[in-house]
Design a protein around this ligand. Structure first.
Ligand code: BG6
Length: 485
């Protein structure tokens, strides 16, 4: 499907890392697939390059390597590049915004301003756009991190909200654009099979893991001032949790979905600062080995303070205070330099209330649904079956659904889907302000407590994090489940 109308996509931070790695490759893929209206334009804005020729050279050098799936089709690339214009702009110069306005002459085109810049520039850019009237009939896209805590996030949202109405603001959480996350909605609300069991009566606990093998790469400086709680939990993990736990929405329109997610975020049991050590574990990686390669300790990464107390791993026990989920623990964890790259949701069902089949049934374990989001999208349902032969001995077996066996084509990267949604004016996969506030409110006691005292527990790179994370689950008679690939 092609975008509805003509558009002008203005990319602030046009020479930055995010533009090169994600945004321009995603726009190229959409273009190559014929999904962008023919008259749509991209206007890149940056300080560094003098003119369009210089900018296009930069794009040629830095973007092509990040076009993943299909490689580059030179004809499509040439016509994609034809869409790109360039405006050299210094944020401090009001006259440069006049120049930008003059470059955006097509009044009928949908205007998108994508701020792929640091958050400190969001408010100045919005003011400058408003000063030349460019905030009208436009959409603005804000990248995370949007703030550092509730107060700073509110300050940005207030300031941006004076210039753009909430329906004009698209806050990106790229996890919401991932195909498997969409599929989670399909699994839950497109099938009658799971929903009746998706509640406290049948579910014992739920785990959500986003594990990375990568370290902080070239972002040591940013990461050291951020940490895993702000970088991954406040946004991606709590968004996944809200989709796993939400009530069925009335429809898939933006506010129906976001209202239900918000209800979950508001129902998260507040964490009592005195209990933090019981329900939250933080870790920091030390030197170790991942897939046979030695990797250095976090504290020796470039840009990181040698005595840093920033967490690179978080594990949490979360509870939801409503009828559906009361008493069911949700265990969340995320970390850098872990043993594997995997994002997974594990739903542990309760054991049968009475085992007519004897002790082996209990030993073999209960049903479990494992939804793997990445690296390869699969759903695996564990059931018990009788082992062949004499006697009633049970064993755990599984039904597998590997999506790539069913759908060979049409997979879309998260950014591609989200950018098309912005151009088409679909807000459902973007975070509303009230959701963001609720998530900050919930994490804030942990942030404060961790800032005030103690240090993260060490873990060796290439492992599954500090032992305390396993001990937390052991208290609930369970353990983290690491699925085999
Ligand atoms: C980003 C974080 O939002 O998500 C990064 O800032 C993290 O630190 C990344 O590496 C993980 O995303 P994905 O899609 O690779 O799982």
């Amino acid at each position: 499907m092609q975008t509805d109308s003509s558009f002008t996509f203005v990319l602030f931070g046009g020479t930055g890392d995010l533009s090169m790695r994600k945004i321009l490759p995603a726009l190229y893929e959409a273009h190559r697939a014929g999904m962008l209206a023919a008259s749509g334009k991209i206007v890149a804005v940056a300080r560094h390059e003098e003119d369009r020729a210089g900018y296009l050279q930069w794009v040629n050098e830095h973007v092509k390597a990040h076009v993943a799936k299909s490689g580059i089709d030179e004809n499509a690339w040439a016509s994609f590049v034809d869409r790109i214009e360039y405006v050299k702009l210094d944020l401090g110069k009001a006259e440069d915004f006049v120049k930008l306005r003059d470059a955006l002459q097509d009044q009928s085109a949908t205007r998108v301003f994508y701020l792929a810049t640091g958050p400190s520039l969001f408010v100045p850019i919005c003011h400058a756009l408003a000063s030349v009237g460019l905030n009208e009939n436009a959409r603005i896209v804000l990248e995370k991190p949007l703030g550092y805590d509730l107060r700073s996030s509110n300050a940005i949202n207030d300031a941006v909200g004076e210039i753009f109405a909430e329906e004009q603001i698209y806050r990106i959480d790229h996890y919401l654009g991932k195909e498997p996350v969409q599929n989670l909605l399909a699994l839950r609300f497109g099938n009658a099979l799971f929903e009746p069991l998706w509640r406290r009566e049948w579910v014992e606990s739920i785990q959500i893991t986003i594990a990375e093998e990568l370290g902080v790469e070239a972002r040591g400086d940013f990461y050291d001032n951020t940490g895993a709680l702000r970088d991954m939990v406040q946004n991606h993990l709590l968004q996944l949790l809200s989709i796993v736990a939400m009530e069925p929405p009335h429809s898939m329109d933006s506010d129906s979905v976001r209202d239900e997610k918000l209800r979950v975020l508001r129902a998260l049991k507040p964490i009592d600062p005195r209990d933090i050590s019981k329900v939250a574990v933080r870790g920091q990686y030390h030197a170790g080995v991942i897939r046979g390669t030695s990797v250095p300790a976090y504290a020796t990464e470039s840009g990181v303070k040698t005595d840093s107390a920033t967490e690179t791993f978080v594990a949490l026990k979360v509870e939801i205070e409503n009828w559906r989920w009361a008493g069911v623990p949700f265990f969340l964890r995320t970390g850098k330099r872990l043993a594997d790259r995997v994002a997974e949701i594990v739903v542990n069902f309760r054991a049968v209330p009475h085992s007519a089949l004897g002790a082996s049934a209990l030993r073999a374990g209960a049903n479990r649904l494992v939804i793997r989001l990445q690296p390869n999208e699969t759903i695996r349902l564990y059931c018990l079956a009788k082992k062949p032969g004499e006697g009633m001995n049970l064993s755990s077996v599984h039904l597998d659904l590997a999506f790539d066996q069913f759908f060979k084509e049409g997979q879309m990267e998260a950014y591609q889907r989200l950018l098309l949604d912005v151009i088409n004016g679909r807000l459902a996969l973007f975070v509303r302000r009230d959701e963001q506030e609720a998530a900050w409110k919930w994490v804030e006691p942990i942030l404060n407590e961790w800032a005030a005292s103690g240090k993260p527990k060490p873990y060796a790179a290439g492992t599954w994090g500090p032992a305390a994370a396993s001990a937390m689950l052991a208290q609930h008679g369970t353990c983290w489940l690491e699925e085999e690939n």
